[in-house]
Design a protein around this ligand. Structure first.
Ligand code: UD1
Ligand code: CA
Length: 476
């Protein structure tokens, strides 16, 4: 079957009215990532020749999201096809028939069933063999809302009955249609021409393919997923929360199995695709999002939120530190309460302390900014020391400018570095200085007014105040 041509169709045109949202359903997130993205990820694992996403409701934004995903996943052939005036899941696949010409096998996925695992899909494909189709089913304790799979005396599929069309007896059937099927390409085109809308919802049901296959004497295979949890469909916000929790626990379990200590799993949010190295410890209240990657023996303390951030080995992230699109080198310490904004690049053994904000800032090996600073659009040389309260004044109201410090620069506390400005190797800046011009290597910059001490000033002032008070009393 190696040279057979396979396509995946993802149904994503439905309105999703039960979400009560202006956002199309498939763009609602499960564990911080749109449902359609999870489904595209599963589809890609099947290495299909092409993926066709059927869109309709909220089409412009769904198509834009898919295009952006495609741009980030080179080599995956994915395109969107419009379903005009959506009339059910069968009608949705009919809309894609043009794009599916010549395919030997078509895998149908639902954009609102985001938890499906690659192994399950592979088993579904294998279950079909050379039959007309295979259907993914599951045993649910509460099958309400799902289509029920009816088997004949021989255990073959006789039909699928939608909830709205069930008899009370059929409603008790716990074997449900998960929605996914693998269909022979030629059979698909033929059978879709034979379905009708003669049902409670007046829709064209894809699930009628099962009854057609059975009537043709080739009823197809049913594959019952061992873990019905991954078949969960998301139609409401409550179901989105349930699906998120299921996936969140799964991600945490996999990381723990790989040697990561997760101290309080119930309070930890780690998204699919985040990497964490062995012997790292994640405390409670931590969120690791997007493409975040963490090395080995890292301690991430309570409340840290990392997004798209790459962390080396032996790093210590102290409580409540936030980092976005940043890089943190080996043996570096950050926080507590540090804010690393996009473009922050901390080298090895750097220290960024409490209430320090960085943005487009490179701090080379051993540089320290221990307290209360804003470091934006700057390059801080190795071993430099940034005193408490130092501010890079990078914005003149129109443009942003850079501050560049060579190695070993010492900035005294409460200084302002008015960019653009360069400080040479080993330069010193006295506390409270406003640096407005370049400082040569080895020079000291100071801009404060000289200090004056007035001897006996306090006693003199107190005497004057006492006199004044006595005068006021006398005049009353
Ligand atoms: C569907 C199945 C049901 C199954 C359940 C599993 C049918 C008729 N019913 O019911 O047997 O148990 O999924 O979750 O297939 N869509 C379109 N165009 C349309 C209608 C729907 O693209 O015209 C898309 C939706 O965006 C969604 C998917 O198809 O991603 C399923 O549609 P939905 O309306 O949610 O079907 P269910 O009622 O959940
Ligand atoms: Ca659904």
């Amino acid at each position: 079957m190696s040279n057979s041509r396979r396509a995946v169709v993802i149904l994503a045109a439905g309105q999703g009215s039960r979400m009560k949202s202006a956002t199309p359903k498939v763009l609602h997130e499960v564990l911080g990532y749109p449902m359609i993205g999870h489904v595209l990820r599963s589809a890609t694992a099947l290495s299909p020749e092409r993926i066709v996403v059927i869109t309709g409701h909220g089409r412009a934004i769904v198509d834009a999201w898919v295009d952006q995903w495609a741009a980030a996943n080179e080599g995956v052939n994915v395109s969107c096809v419009e379903q005009v005036n959506p009339r059910g899941t069968g009608h949705a696949v009919q809309s894609a028939l043009g794009a599916l010409k010549g395919m030997d096998e078509v895998v149908v996925l639902y954009g609102d069933v985001p938890l499906l695992q690659t192994e399950t899909l592979a088993a579904l494909v294998a279950a079909r063999g050379d039959q007309s189709l295979s259907l993914l089913a599951g045993q649910l304790d509460d099958p309400t809302g799902y289509g029920r799979v009816l088997l004949d005396a021989n255990g073959h599929i006789a039909a699928i009955v939608e909830q709205a069309d069930t008899t009370p007896e059929q409603r008790r059937v716990r074997l449900i249609n998960a929605g996914m099927m693998v269909v022979d390409g030629a059979f698909l085109g033929d059978a879709l021409g034979r379905i009708d809308d003669n049902n409670a919802q007046g829709e064209l049901y894809l699930t009628d393919l099962l009854a057609i296959a059975a009537a043709d004497g080739n009823p197809g295979a049913v594959y019952v997923a061992p873990d019905a949890d991954e078949l969960q469909g998301v139609n409401t916000r409550a179901q989105a929360a349930l699906a998120t929790d299921f996936l969140r626990k799964k991600v945490l379990a996999e990381l723990m199995a790989d040697g990561v200590a997760i101290e309080q799993p119930a309070q930890t949010w780690i998204e699919v695709g985040v990497q964490v190295g062995r012997d790292s410890t994640i405390r409670g209240g931590v969120e690791l999002r997007g493409t975040t990657r963490i090395g080995e023996r890292v301690l991430v303390e309570r409340g840290c939120v990392l997004n798209g951030t790459v962390v080396g080995d032996d790093v210590h992230l102290k409580p409540y530190s936030v980092a976005t699109d940043s890089v943190i080198g080996d043996e570096t310490a950050v926080g507590p309460f540090a804010h690393l904004r996009p473009g922050t690049d901390l080298g090895k053994k750097v220290k960024v302390g409490n209430f320090v904000e960085t943005k487009k800032a490179t701090l080379h090996e051993g540089a320290k900014a221990s307290h209360l600073s804003y470091l934006g659009d700057c390059d801080i040389g190795a071993g430099s020391n940034i005193g408490a309260g130092t501010i890079t004044c990078n914005y003149d109201g129109v443009n942003k400018h850079r501050t560049v410090l060579a190695a070993g620069v010492f900035i005294g506390s409460d200084s302002q570095l008015v960019a653009p400005v360069n400080l040479g190797e080993g330069a010193y800046v006295g506390a409270g200085t406003t640096v407005t011009t370049d400082v040569p290597a080895g020079a000291l910059a100071v801009s404060r007014a000289p200090q004056r001490n007035i001897e006996g000033w306090v006693a003199h002032k107190k005497a004057r105040q006492a006199e004044e008070k006595a005068r006021r009393k006398g005049s009353n």
